[in-house]
Design a protein around this ligand. Structure first.
Ligand code: 0PR
Length: 365
C-alpha cells in the first residue's frame, strides 16, 4: 500500500483508462449478463450501504428481499415460496445440493445431473463430497430422462434438470423428471438461472416450475434476464424446512440463525432486482423477452441463409450453430462440442444481429 494517498482525479483517470479496456456490451454475443436497467442502477446507489447479512439492521431492505422471493415464487407458480437472494446461479445450485444432502443423509451420496449442466454443479459436488452422475443427452441436447431413471439409486440425494441450458438454450424434460423424483423420493432441483425469467413470458412454455409437484427447488437469476445489477441470483424452495435445514447459529447478529452461504450480502443489488420486476411487470418482461426471441429467430434464419445450420431449435434466447468462423470484432463463444454459441440478451439489438449477419456473410466471399 502507498504511504501517502493518491488524489482522486489521478485514480479516476487511471480507472477510466482501465475501463476503456473492458468490452462494451454492444458487440458481445456470448454473455448471459446484460446492461442493467437504469432503475436497478439508481436503486443500488440508494441502498448502497445496505447489508442483508445482518437483516435486523436493514429491515426495509430485508422486507424487499422477501417481496422479491414472493414475486418470483408466484411467477413460478408457488404462492408463499421460500428462498433468498444469492450471488448467482452458482451459489443457488450449491445451496440446493446442500439442502438435498441434509434431507437425505445417506452414505456415499450421489446426484444425477444432465451432461449439459452448468459447471457450477461440478464445483458443488466437489465442495460437498458428492458423486456426480452425468446423464447423456437424448440427441437434442436435452437430458435423457429414461437414462436418468436408470442412474437413480438409494444413494441418490438429488436429481437436477435445466430449464434453459447455458450452451443450447433448451429445456430438459422436467415433467418426467418430476415424476421420477416423486417415485424415487429424491430432491428435484431445477436450474432455471437463465430460463426462469424467459420461459414464463413465452406463449406456451414447457412446464418446468413449481406447478409440477416433484419440483423441490429452483435457481432463477435476476442478474441474467432480470436486468438487475450483479450480483443477484435467487434460490427458491417449496418448503421453509428446506432452508431451515441449513441454519447455523449467529448469536451476535440481529437474527439468531442464518441459512445463507454468503455472510455479508449486497442489499442494493437485491432491491434493484425487485424494482425492475415491479417496474416492468408482466407486460414489460413479455415485450423484452419476445424481442429477444424474435432476434434469436432472425439470427437463426440469417445464419441458415448463409449455410450455417442451428444445432437444435432453442426454447430460450440462446442459439448454437455449426459455424467454424467468427467475424472480426464480435465476441461469441464456443460450446464444449465446438459449436458457435450466441445469446440474444436485451443489449443485442436488431441492428447488432443484422450487422453480425452482414459481417459473417462477407466472410463467405
Ligand atoms: N446455471 C446456468 C443454467 C447458467 O447458465 C449459469 C451461468 C449458472 C447456473 C451460474 O450462474 P452464475 O454465473 O450467476 O453463478 N451461465 C453463464 C455461463 O457460465 C454465466 C455467464 C455470464 C458467463 C456472463 C459469461 C458471461 O459473460 O456461461
Amino acid at each position: 500500500m502507498r504511504t501517502t494517498g493518491c488524489p482522486e482525479e489521478k485514480i479516476l483517470s487511471f480507472l477510466s483508462s482501465q475501463k476503456a479496456k473492458d468490452r462494451c456490451y454492444h458487440k458481445v454475443l456470448s454473455s448471459m449478463c446484460t446492461l442493467p436497467h437504469p432503475l436497478a442502477v439508481q436503486v443500488q446507489e440508494m441502498f448502497i450501504e445496505s447489508n442483508l447479512g445482518d437483516p435486523g439492521l436493514f429491515e426495509g431492505t430485508a422486507e424487499i428481499e422477501s417481496l422479491l422471493i414472493e414475486e418470483l415464487g408466484s411467477l413460478l407458480h408457488l404462492t408463499g415460496a421460500c428462498g433468498y437472494a444469492t450471488s448467482g446461479g452458482t451459489e443457488s445450485n450449491i445451496q440446493a445440493l446442500r439442502i438435498a444432502r441434509k434431507e437425505k443423509p445417506v452414505e456415499s451420496p450421489n446426484v444425477v445431473v444432465p451432461e449439459s449442466a452448468h459447471f457450477s454443479f461440478e464445483k458443488a459436488c466437489d465442495l460437498l463430497g458428492l458423486e456426480m452422475r452425468t446423464v447423456p443427452s437424448d440427441g437434442t441436447y436435452r437430458m435423457d430422462a429414461e437414462m436418468a431413471a436408470g442412474m437413480i439409486d438409494d444413494h441418490t440425494i438429488a436429481l437436477v434438470g435445466i430449464a434453459g441450458t447455458t450452451e443450447y438454450g433448451v429445456v430438459d424434460p422436467i415433467e418426467r423428471l418430476a415424476e421420477l423424483a416423486t417415485e424415487g423420493d429424491v430432491h428435484l432441483h431445477v436450474d432455471a438461472a437463465f430460463g426462469g425469467l424467459v420461459l414464463p413470458f413465452l406463449e406456451s412454455p414447457p412446464a418446468f416450475d413449481f406447478q409440477l409437484d416433484g419440483v423441490a427447488s429452483i435457481s432463477v437469476d435476476p442478474h441474467k434476464m432480470g436486468m438487475s445489477t450483479i450480483p443477484v441470483g435467487c434460490l427458491l424452495t417449496r418448503k421453509e424446512s428446506m432452508l431451515c435445514a441449513l441454519n447455523v447459529d449467529t448469536p451476535y447478529l440481529t437474527v439468531k440463525k442464518e441459512f445463507t452461504l454468503a455472510g455479508t450480502r449486497p442489499g442494493g443489488a437485491v432491491v434493484g432486482a425487485w424494482a425492475v420486476l415491479e417496474h416492468l411487470g408482466r407486460d414489460g418482461f413479455t415485450r423484452i423477452v419476445q424481442e429477444c426471441m424474435g432476434r434469436t429467430r432472425r439470427l437463426i434464419e440469417g445464419m441458415e441463409g448463409h449455410g450455417y445450420s442451428v444445432v437444435v431449435e432453442p426454447e430460450v434466447n440462446v442459439a448454437a450453430f455449426e459455424c467454424p468462423k467468427i467475424p472480426p470484432g464480435w465476441q461469441v463463444s464456443r460450446t464444449r462440442d465446438g459449436h458457435m454459441r450466441i445469446v440474444c440478451m436485451p443489449h443485442v439489438s436488431t441492428q447488432a444481429i443484422e450487422n453480425f449477419l452482414r459481417d459473417i456473410g462477407e466472410m463467405d466471399v
